[in-house]
Design a protein. Structure first.
Length: 183
């Protein structure tokens, strides 16, 4: 199992020994690899239903990996989700993002990152994309990209709510990376 389990959460990440039989086949894949999904495993039916959407949002999105990380990092920042922020700083670094680019996502960056940040902020603040912002996004990233941006914000908002409700600990490897290389 990854991560510390010293939390007082009513739903800490499940250990291998406590893993539900109903989703036994998921333990060896993405679900067993991260504390977020080990926490979600308290509700096996939800985790099982979550898997196809996760595949699309995380792996098959029209945004591609770099734009997805911009969306996720801004959403994590807006939510105050330390878990998602740390994990996606690590993922962004693995994609070649400079720390300065990552840090800029806490503010109002220029260019396409700034356009994406404004879109994420609009979804948090207005619960919609105003027509002019939607049109600018569609021109820059395509209409399917706009749909996937909206879906990504929703997906990571749900995860952030779960993570913060159950005080899910950052996985050990990511926590060590953040300690060794703080942003």
């Amino acid at each position: 199992m990854t991560g510390k389990t010293s939390t007082t959460s009513p739903c800490p990440p499940l250990s291998d020994a406590a893993w539900p039989e109903a989703i036994a086949e998921m333990k060896a894949g993405f679900a067993g690899a991260l504390n977020v999904y080990r926490t979600m495993a308290h509700h096996p039916a939800l985790l099982k239903a979550w898997a196809p959407l996760r595949q699309h949002v995380v792996k098959d999105s029209a945004l591609g990996p770099e734009r997805s990380e911009v969306v996720i990092l801004r959403a994590a920042h807006r939510m105050g989700s330390a878990y998602e922020w740390a994990h996606h700083v690590s993922r962004a670094r693995a994609l070649g993002f400079a720390d300065s680019r990552i840090a800029a996502l806490r503010g109002q960056p220029e260019g396409e990152d700034g356009l994406i940040v404004r879109a994420v902020d609009a979804l948090f603040d207005q619960r919609r994309l105003p027509p002019d912002l939607e049109a600018a996004l569609a021109a820059a990233i395509g209409r399917q990209g706009v749909f996937d941006l909206i879906a990504t914000v929703g997906f990571y908002s749900v995860l952030g709510n779960i993570l913060m409700t159950y005080d899910t600990p950052i996985d050990d490897g990511v926590a060590a990376e953040m300690a060794a290389r703080p942003l």
